[in-house]
Write a protein that binds this ligand. Structure first.
Ligand code: SF4
Length: 374
């Protein structure tokens, strides 16, 4: 296996003098994020392509990196680096790029609530994230203070949900919701829970990856009264699977959260079966179910990170039968323009012959199933 999981905690030497209590404090990590070209170039040797990426993206989609996540960064080609440091290739656009590929704004019923699928709503609760992922689908909004939700927007969203009982499942998203205080998050959960028709809450967060120190006992105690809460997180590569990240997943599972991972397929980062297998086996060990393997959305600035759709199918084909089904996610393309998700699977049907179906197994052998129920 080429991809391995780190077994020890690491810190960039520049943070060697930071007291452990500060390092473990998520607020310190947020306050100490690296957000400027000057600060980043003092910490890692930037390539010319990265410098031009930072300068070219500027205000349009800036960057931010926590000291923790920055400490995982290796030389050019490192999968953590590629997700966090802008690159000049982000300036390349294609005719099929979209600012809002999932048409979330077109389906917005308030400035912060999207109602696209009949029984689900997506609530945008913050514009902040510990790290601004270079492949982010919502880069049109995240990091932009102008997209920060107001109290009136929250109230309008709660009112909509109260008069729309077909919405039973609310995704609390952003930005990264765990950028909010425990008190604010608990208030949102409590308010949603007070709406009788809402059955399930989902918390969409990359904090276990980019800032695992955020998963504190105090946070878990604040949210636990509002179960069932499903947590969707977003690990993309084994290099992110640190002891701290594993401990955060363990704490979530111990506190009764049902945790799933939504990996995004990214070219040169995780677009091979071995990498996905190592990642997913680690996730399962930490009681996090690999849920989706998502085709990267065609958002502007990500063309260099996107894989072909066939790549995902080939990865699934290579894993199926060899790897426990627990570690195999659904491969999904979220159709641009708001069509919703479609699931792709490797084709195993070879031919139909009357009531017989001939399928191919993982080794290419053919087997017949007689499809004739009584
Ligand atoms: S944490 Fe999520 S919302 Fe924030 S930049 Fe990354 S992908 Fe986008």
């Amino acid at each position: 296996m080429s991809a391995t999981v780190p077994t020890e905690s690491v810190r960039h030497p520049a943070y060697g003098g930071v007291p452990q209590a500060s390092w473990d404090d998520w607020r310190w990590q947020m306050r100490s994020r690296v957000t400027s070209l000057g600060a980043l170039s003092d910490l890692i040797e930037l390539t010319d392509e990265e410098r031009r990426g930072i300068e070219g993206r500027g205000e349009a989609f800036g960057f931010a990196i926590t000291p923790y996540y920055l400490s995982l960064i290796g030389p050019p080609g490192c999968p953590v680096r590629a997700q966090a440091v802008p690159h000049v290739d982000e300036l390349v656009t294609t005719p099929w790029d979209l600012a809002d590929p999932l048409a979330e704004d077109a389906h917005a019923v308030t400035p912060i609530l999207t109602h696209r699928y009949p029984d689900r709503g997506l609530l945008y609760v913050t514009h902040n994230c510990p790290v601004y992922c270079r492949h982010c689908t919502r880069q049109r909004k995240v990091g932009d203070v102008a997209s920060a939700p107001s109290r009136e927007m929250f109230e309008a969203s709660y009112a909509y949900l109260e008069r729309t009982p077909e919405v039973k499942d609310v995704l609390i998203s952003g930005g990264d919701p765990l950028s909010l205080s425990d008190r604010k998050l608990a208030e949102i959960c409590a308010r949603l829970r007070s709406i009788p028709s809402i059955e399930v809450l989902r918390l969409c967060t990359r904090n276990p990856v980019t800032l695992p120190h955020r998963v504190t006992d105090a946070l878990l105690e604040a949210l636990r009264p509002h179960h069932p809460i499903f947590v969707h997180t977003h690990f993309n590569h084994p290099a992110e699977c640190t002891p701290e990240a594993g401990a955060a997943l363990d704490r979530l599972a111990d506190a009764g959260f049902n945790v799933g991972n939504q990996m995004v397929l990214l070219r040169g980062i995780n677009d091979d079966a071995e990498t996905v297998e190592v990642l997913n086996r680690w996730l399962v060990r930490h009681r996090c179910r690999p849920y989706y393997m998502l085709q990267c959305d065609p958002v502007g600035g990500t063309a260099h990170m996107r894989t072909s759709v066939d790549t995902g199918v080939e990865i699934l084909d290579a894993m199926r039968g060899r790897v426990s089904g627990l570690a195999i996610p659904q491969l999904v393309v979220d159709l641009p323009g708001g069509g919703g998700k479609v699931t792709l699977t490797p084709e195993r049907l070879v031919r139909r012959d009357g009531n017989k179906r001939v399928y191919r197994d993982m080794r290419g052998r053919e087997f017949t199933y007689v499809d004739e129920p009584l």
